[in-house]
Design a protein around this ligand. Structure first.
Ligand code: SAM
Length: 267
């Protein structure tokens, strides 16, 4: 690729749940059609069609438009994450693992913070349902376009079976991934894996949406039910071997900072 073309090309991070956004919007538009048809009917059919239309709009058009807006907002603003990831600010030569890196929207921002030999590894199962265009080639190409290809490396791997040795990383990041692990005990398995690959004293950042938050309800309507409440994540983290240090509310998205304590020598 010529240098000029490379300079003009922008990274493509894809849309979260793009297929659902279009599916929901389509069904929601049928709701509007039902309301219009109800205006030309009388009696019980008018009521049924009108109420049916309202229900389809609330259940489907709301999240269809809401999630589309969320994706448009994410694509248009370059959110600064440097304030939240204090462990990286303190140690810019860290070895970092980003679990569920997807197309690299968060990973590559983290990679940009690294200096002096810092390196980021990303793993994902690359689910196309989660993000459109989600694959290994996309994240590698985005890394090139963001100018961080030399300090990043990506491969296929699951949160519940992390393909790295014990105590390999100073920092682990997991942005909006744990809620996608549906197998029984899978989330705790992932937390155990994070504990395993972290060096003693290492920090993990775990970000999840809070079901009962205004921005999430605004974006996803009744489908906010797919996400867990903040208390659920707090409890599961407290049950794990990791130590909960901090919870930062970033507009409905909760960033949990946890740590693997250095084991004190037994006297
Ligand atoms: C909502 S996206 C978030 C992507 C990325 N962290 C970001 O901030 O843009 C969730 C990602 O988690 C990935 N994922 C889901 N289950 C996973 C698992 N068990 N192990 C690794 N990645 C997983 C999906 O493929 C998807 O890329």
């Amino acid at each position: 690729m010529s240098n000029i073309k490379k300079k003009l090309e922008k990274p493509q991070y894809g849309w979260y749940v793009k297929n659902l956004v279009f599916g929901f919007t389509f069904v929601g538009l049928i709701g509007i059609a039902l309301i219009i048809i109800s205006l030309y009917r009388i009696g019980v059919w008018q009521v049924i069609l009108f109420l049916g239309g309202i229900i389809l709009i609330i259940i489907f058009l709301w999240p269809g438009i809401g999630l589309a807006m969320m994706n448009i907002i994410l694509d248009s603003k370059d959110e600064d994450i440097t304030e939240s990831f204090t462990a990286i600010n303190e140690n810019q030569n860290s070895k970092i693992l980003d679990i569920g890196c997807g197309t690299g929207r968060t990973s590559l921002k983290v990679a940009k913070m690294l200096k002096n030999g810092g390196y980021l590894y990303g793993i994902d199962i690359y689910s196309k349902m989660a993000i459109s265009g989600n694959d290994l080639e996309t994240v590698q190409h985005n890394a090139e376009l963001e100018g961080v290809a030399e300090k990043t490396s990506f491969k296929f791997g699951s949160a519940t079976e992390i393909p790295f040795d014990d105590e390999s990383f100073d920092i682990v990041n997991v942005s909006s991934v744990l809620h996608e692990i549906h197998e029984k005990g899978g989330q705790m398995k992932a937390l155990n894996e994070i504990y395993r690959v972290l060096k003693p004293g290492g920090t993990a950042y775990i970000g999840e949406w809070n079901r009962y938050s205004f921005p999430l309800i605004l974006y996803s309507g009744v489908f906010c039910i797919v996400f867990k409440p903040k208390q659920y994540w707090k409890k599961i983290l407290e049950k794990s071997k990791l130590k909960l240090k901090e919870m930062e509310n970033q507009g409905g998205y909760i960033l949990f900072t946890v740590q693997k304590y250095k084991v004190s020598p037994v006297l």
